[in-house]
Design a protein around this ligand. Structure first.
Ligand code: NAP
Length: 320
């Protein structure tokens, strides 16, 4: 977004046309029998929490809930939110890793609570959400991020495998939204970010289950953004490209071999930046979307993929 592109003259003209627009909106509202108070209260609050933040304390005292933060992108986001003053409640199934992330955050002076929960189990999602809300006084921001892969051709995939991908990636996000929203309705504000994937836009032969689940996340977010926008709640879907986490790194791969693989992989697979993302830079996008910097953004699908879906790597025939 280039906010410096306007000259003073055009800025003044913009201010005037905005004022005229608002006057005619109010006139229209009066004609409909609505008071001016009908404008701007709850819906506006979605993006106007504590505008005077410093970078270090953008999320000072905010209650942030994250699903799937025992590793990878969720873990990086938990640390980043806590590093900017948030109180972070997060879940995952691997208790030892959860406790470790909690300890790492606390040791660096942050506030975090790990709660073991499986996003496929309704009672556990409900318990997790309610415990975070009661511990930290509501939920200001939710990052619904837990997810699994599922790379198989449809005729080789069992129904149980298909169901597990949908139960985690799509139904898990639905359950999280279902139990987060009542807390946000109480406050008449909130921000929800759900992890979809660039694979929602760019399918692969073995990605039927995964792509379907991540498209479902986009659809849910669009619909819920319409339902809850008037209540001051914004929802957006984040579509990361391939990111260096346990999700893509085969277990046990030595660091040097992995670094060498990535170096070769980038230029072959990512038009644009020609490299894999790391979890911290995807987390930075999450914090940006959750911040006050995008108060008018809702129902959007934000791709953060180094350019891979903008292009399509192919070997050009000579002479073209
Ligand atoms: N890495 C990529 O290339 C990439 C690209 C696009 C999108 N994504 C998406 O990004 C999200 C995070 O993945 P990641 O790359 O950070 O991989 P990751 O390190 O494997 O993290 C996945 C997280 O989800 C949690 N999780 C999985 N199933 C769960 C369940 N049933 N209940 C609760 N938590 C569960 C895991 O915790 P436990 O195992 O402890 O339960 C873990 O914390 C996923 O939604 C993934 O689809 C990843």
């Amino acid at each position: 977004m280039n906010t410096n592109a306007h000259t003073n003259t055009t800025a003044d003209a913009d201010a005037e046309s905005t004022a005229m627009g608002r006057r005619s909106l109010l006139a229209g509202a009066a004609a409909l029998g609505l008071g001016s108070a009908a404008f701007g209260t709850a819906a506006h609050a979605a993006g106007t929490q504590s505008r005077s933040h410093t970078k270090a304390g953008r999320f000072q005292g905010k209650s942030v809930l994250i699903t799937g933060a025992t590793s990878g992108i969720g873990r990086a986001a938990a640390k980043a939110f806590a590093g900017e003053g948030a109180h972070v409640g997060f879940c995952g199934r691997r208790t030892e890793l959860g406790r470790q992330v909690e300890r790492e955050i606390q040791d660096s002076g942050g506030e975090a609570t790990y709660i073991e929960a499986d996003v496929r189990v309704e009672a556990q999602v409900r318990g997790f959400v309610d415990r975070v809300a009661s511990r930290y006084g509501g939920i200001d921001i939710a990052f619904n991020n837990a997810g699994i892969g599922g790379g198989k051709l449809p005729h080789e995939m069992s129904v149980e495998e298909w169901d597990d991908v949908q139960a985690t990636n799509a139904r898990g996000v639905f359950l999280a939204i279902k139990y987060e929203i009542p807390h946000m309705l109480k406050a008449q504000r909130g921000v929800i970010i759900c992890t979809s994937s660039s694979a929602a836009e760019q399918a692969r032969p073995q990605s039927a289950a995964y792509t379907a689940s991540k498209r479902a996340v986009q659809g849910m977010v669009k619909s819920a953004a319409l339902a809850y926008g008037p209540k001051g709640i914004r929802l957006n879907a984040l579509l990361p490209g391939t990111t260096d986490t346990a999700f893509v790194r085969p277990p046990g791969t030595p660091d040097a071999a992995w670094a060498q693989y990535k170096q070769a992989w980038g230029p072959l697979n990512v038009d644009g930046l020609e490299r894999m993302a790391d979890a911290e830079e995807i987390a930075r996008a999450v914090l940006g979307l959750a911040s006050d910097d995008f108060p008018y953004m809702t129902g959007a699908s934000i791709t953060v993929d180094g350019g891979s879906t903008a292009g399509r790597k192919m070997i050009q025939p000579s002479g073209t």
